[in-house]
Design a protein around this ligand. Structure first.
Ligand SMILES: [Mn+2]
Length: 276
């Protein structure tokens, strides 16, 4: 007798129920966007809340050249469908989708647009949710520099995909990112990242909050800065990472990984905020 309920996920795929999912910097509409990987990642989770923290659609890339493959549509449809089916989906626009900031307070389908938001986690801790470009001296004051940097970054990510293809071909395993390597090794980039983190945290302290979940600089991390929790979702062009809130309020940084062609993709926890 077949007792399998019909709404079960596909066999072999474990779906994890979580309270919230935080994603940023998906960059739909750009060639660098890893939409297929994101779709695969989303299949693994059933979340009560989904917070999209900016640069979800890359209008800057689209203004350079129009690129919109079917998977990018599927990603948008997935979020709209979840929002229709009682998942609370919120979008906080970033700088690449800043045109949407005009519509803050309105809904797009069943997705609510917000400018800045305080999320109370299951354990009572309060986190600011924001994209982060307003804390980035470079994009705020020299927008053309960051557009230039954006193109250079796209090239880096492109090169990286070629490199990782070669790595797979010759049998090297594990995650390695050229863009990440470059970011970590260029001294100016290091001080840029720490300046960004410090100024975000300074603002969170002023507001009397416990921490922040943000994006923008494509550097996934969970860490404590001056006693406050700084979390960055990373991105879906290079790191393929997200922040997850469990039902007890535990916050985790997870990375989508597909070890090789024949192995099923998994989301691996790489950092965590312990419960108080
Ligand atoms: Mn951004």
């Amino acid at each position: 007798m077949d007792t399998t309920p019909h709404n079960q996920p596909p066999a072999g795929k474990n779906v994890q129920k979580v309270r919230s999912l935080f994603l940023s910097d998906i960059h739909l509409g750009s060639r660098a966007c890893r939409a297929a990987e994101l779709l695969d990642f989303l299949k693994g989770y059933e979340a009560s809340n989904i917070f999209l923290l900016g640069d979800i659609v890359d209008f800057w890339a689209m203004s350079r050249s129009l690129y919109w493959p079917p998977e990018h549509n599927t990603v948008v449809q997935k979020f709209l469908k979840k929002a229709r089916h009682h998942v609370h989906v919120y979008l906080i626009p970033g700088n690449h989708d800043e045109a949407l900031r005009e519509y803050v307070g309105n809904s797009f389908g069943d997705i609510t647009l917000l400018r800045d938001h305080v999320h109370t986690a299951a354990d009572g801790r309060r986190y600011a949710l924001l994209h982060g470009d307003e804390y980035d001296q470079v994009t705020t004051y020299h927008r053309w520099v960051s557009v230039l940097g954006d193109a250079a970054y796209g090239l880096l990510v492109h090169l990286n995909r070629l490199l990782s293809l070669i790595r797979r071909k010759i049998g090297v395993r594990g995650h390695w990112s050229l863009a990440d390597y470059a970011k970590r090794n260029v001294l100016r980039a290091v001080s840029f990242i720490s300046d960004f983190e410090t100024s975000v945290v300074r603002n969170i302290r002023k507001r009397g909050l416990d921490g922040v979940v943000c994006g923008h600089i494509h550097t996934p991390v969970i860490k404590t800065i001056d006693g406050l929790t700084y979390m960055n979702c990373g991105d879906w062009v290079d790191s393929c990472t997200a922040i997850v809130e469990h039902f007890d309020g535990r916050m985790q940084l997870v990375r989508w990984i597909k070890p090789d062609m024949n192995t099923q993709a998994i989301a691996v926890p790489i950092a965590e905020v312990p419960l108080a």
